[in-house]
Design a protein around this ligand. Structure first.
Ligand code: ADP
Ligand code: MG
Length: 703
């Protein structure tokens, strides 16, 4: 291809000496021309418009004006000196003020000449002025030049003080375009996509994103580049996924047999929801293809994931394989064992539990039954990952709340079976907005249970401030008298652990005063306790020996006490949305109406207000996740940090859902038809992926 302009080292650009080159490298990782062009403006100043002086007001913001200078005078004394000039147009006038460089400007400005002025309008009383405006004399023939959209780039103090602010950057970028030709920006999308989506060519987009002539051009460039970015991200993810499917053959679960049918026809205690049925079908289809399944099962708390998991395990058993279900804590593993055993009562399915605290003869016995195949289902914690745990033929491994497991541990699961890795089903109640799931888990298949069992009463949620505590406790007392139980939750965040513990202890005292023994018993659970003590307290609460559990967020995941129908969350403003949602999921698990009371101080930031309002408004986890994404951006969502989705240059997963959807669909269609991108029509895609895709260097690996 010959010399590549965009790979020219940045120090060869006119206006960039060794010093500036150094700053560009250190501050914004710009090493060559292409790097600089790859940093897109985050907004534009509309210099196509001139305001008239009479239409100005205090809140108008930044404006461009054209007028004649009427008066230029130095005002004030000595060090307080300032230069004041009056700019007049056909409609009125405004003052321009310089506090710094006043004498220099005084020499430059000429009364009676026409100037173009740009700056932010501010008001002192009723008087409007612009301090330190950009100002330029309007010479004959320059009027047209002034009409443009000026790009504004993200900057740093260091850049600003080195002449590399937006204005300086504009000059540099424009210097590159002076040398560039369209062939420096080769098209990477096939013609049929450009036509279908009415996208402008890449070369035109690259120029217009920096120097759009008008709003329409800027929009066209933005669209084109956002699509390109999301499309190649999806194409890369799908390529990885298909590649893995080719590499990883899987067990064929060809039949649904007697265990599944017996369970389904005679044991199942309720009608499955439509969503549960659909998801089971998806998983079944996936497990009989001869390709290893890697599937994420998302479903809100209480949506019935365990039942889905169980029925999938029964399919494995029907096909002569074993299955396991792994939970992040002993309590949860224990809980799973209990509910699974209940469901399975009377069926010829052998199930047992393996955790770190199961030792000696019991453990030996489990390992033996696991190895000879007489144990069908093993439930447990990460203890299952140990090398000494050997299955006869593990066909399906399910993990619950996988974000607590490391990648390395998941890899261990893969090795628990041969010749093929087991099918993997990852269950999570942490809702991830669809747009993000597509990207985060783009290489997994995703099933969603988006429906709760009928008859569930949504938790009623209210926001109360500290001055209502008496009435909150009064309400709590009434509910406790009806025989219900309650959680009172305190935040526990690492940085302020001591303070939070203090909070919890003070809170506990207040609770004990209002709910004294012997009428009330209280459990306390926090992260600083020994696991055995925690377990003991949890168990007391579960058995109904205590009515109130005062706890930190350690109860966040999975604890199931259906009789607990009230949750009071203290210092709600300190919790994130997804955490609040997880916590609230601990109530509303029984037949009674449940309540969640969000306590906070009176003064709240706007973001806290919005978070609390969201919790009060909805119990839908996906809606809450979407709100979280909008409030805090993708970085706030668990799992995004390592994924590379934060490295997007122009697209925004919180806002560009529709473009992402389109990109995903098209990428999928293309990969289905032409997985190796070997057709003539996809030659450009292949060329781009070979040079910029996941297999090429520099692509942050997502998996
Ligand atoms: P998740 O793990 O998704 O939070 P669970 O599997 O623990 O939810 O189910 C929550 C409760 O709902 C359990 O008590 C379970 O027995 C019950 N359940 C599950 N599916 C249904 C259904 N289709 N109809 C009624 N109850 C159901
Ligand atoms: Mg669960």
């Amino acid at each position: 291809m010959g010399r590549n302009l965009l790979e020219t080292p940045i120090e060869y650009l006119k206006g960039v000496g060794p010093k500036r080159a150094d700053i560009l490298k250190k501050e914004i990782q710009v090493f060559n021309f292409g790097d600089l062009l790859g940093l897109f403006p985050f907004r534009y100043i509309d210099k196509t418009k001139f305001e008239s002086c009479s239409s100005l007001h205090a809140d108008i913001g930044e404006v461009q004006l054209k007028g004649v200078l009427r008066r230029v005078t130095m005002e004030g004394q000595a060090r307080r000196k300032r230069l004041v000039a009056k700019l007049r147009d056909d409609t009125g006038a405004i003052e321009l003020v310089w506090f710094q460089g006043a004498s220099y400007m005084q020499d430059k400005l000429i009364v009676g000449k026409t100037y173009i002025v740009y700056g932010r309008v501010s008001a002192y009383g009723s008087k409007l002025s612009i301090a330190h405006p950009e100002i330029e004399e309007l010479k004959a023939g320059t009027a047209v030049e002034q009409k443009y959209f000026a790009p504004v780039y993200a900057s740093t103090d260091k850049l600003n003080s080195s002449g590399l602010d937006s204005k300086g950057r504009r000059r540099l970028v424009s210097g590159i375009f002076e040398k560039a030709s369209p062939s420096d920006f080769p098209e990477n999308l096939p013609k049929y996509l450009l036509e279908k989506l009415k996208l402008i060519p890449r070369a035109a987009a690259m120029r217009a994103i920096h120097f759009p002539k008008n709003a329409a051009e800027q929009q066209a460039a933005t669209n084109r580049l956002k699509f390109e970015e999301l499309f190649f991200l999806q194409l890369g993810l799908l390529q990885q996924k298909y590649g893995r499917q080719i590499r990883n053959k899987g067990y064929v679960f060809g039949q649904v047999g007697s265990v599944f049918h017996t369970f389904f026809e005679t044991k199942i205690p309720f009608e499955l929801t439509g969503a549960q049925k659909r998801v089971i079908k998806e998983i079944r289809a996936d497990m009989k293809r001869g390709v290893q399944m890697n599937r994420l099962l998302q479903g809100d708390v209480g949506s019935g994931k365990t039942m889905v998991g169980l029925m999938c395990m029964l399919i494995a058993i029907d096909n002569g394989y074993q299955a396991c279900m792994v939970a992040p804590t002993e309590i949860l593993a224990q809980q799973h064992l209990e509910s699974l055993s209940n469901y399975l009562e009377g069926l010829d399915v052998q199930i047992d539990l393996l955790t770190g605290s199961i030792k000696g003869k019991k453990r030996k016995d489990i390992l033996e039954r696991l190895a000879d195949g007489s144990l069908n289902i093993l439930v447990g914690t990460h203890a299952i990952f140990e090398d000494s745990v050997v299955f006869k033929n593990l066909g399906l491994a399910i993990t619950d709340e996988q974000h607590r497991f490391g990648v390395a541990q998941r890899a261990k699961l893969w090795q628990k079976s041969s010749p093929y890795p087991p099918h993997i089903l990852v269950m999570t109640a942490t809702p991830i907005p669809r747009t993000l799931a597509m990207t985060l888990y783009g290489d997994l298949d995703v099933s969603v249970i988006d429906e709760l069992p009928v008859g569930r009463k949504p938790v009623q949620t209210q926001h109360k401030t500290e001055n209502h505590r008496a009435s909150v406790f009064g309400f709590l007392r009434k509910e406790l008298e009806k025989g219900r139980q309650a959680y009172i939750v305190y935040p526990l965040i690492a940085e302020s652990e001591k303070l939070d513990l203090l909070n919890l202890e003070e809170g506990l005292e207040a609770v004990q005063r209002s709910f004294p023994r012997p009428d009330y018993e209280i459990s306390v659970v926090h992260g600083k306790m020994k696991p055995a003590d925690k377990e003991f307290e949890m168990q007391r609460f579960k058995n109904g020996e205590t009515q109130i559990m005062v706890a930190t967020t350690v109860i966040e995941v999975g604890v199931n006490v259906p009789n607990a129908s009230i949750m009071i969350i203290e210092n709600t403003e300190r919790f994130g949305l997804s955490q609040l949602h997880q916590l609230r999921g601990r109530v509303g698990r029984g037949a009674d109406q449940s309540y969640c009371i969000l306590m906070s101080s009176f003064k709240l930031s706007n973001e806290s207000k919005e978070r609390i309002a969201t919790m009060v408004r909805t119990t839908n986890g996906f809606e809450i996740a979407e709100a979280d994404l909008k409030l805090r951006g993708p970085g706030a969502i668990a799992g995004t940090r390592q994924s590379g989705v934060l490295d997007l240059k122009i697209a925004d997963l919180a806002k560009d859902g529709i473009i992402l959807q389109t990109a995903r669909q098209l990428a999928r269609m293309i990969m289905d038809k032409d997985p190796n991108l070997s057709s003539e029509a996809n030659a450009r895609l292949k060329w781009w992926m070979d040079n910029h895709g996941p297999q090429s260097k520099g692509w942050s690996k997502i998996s």
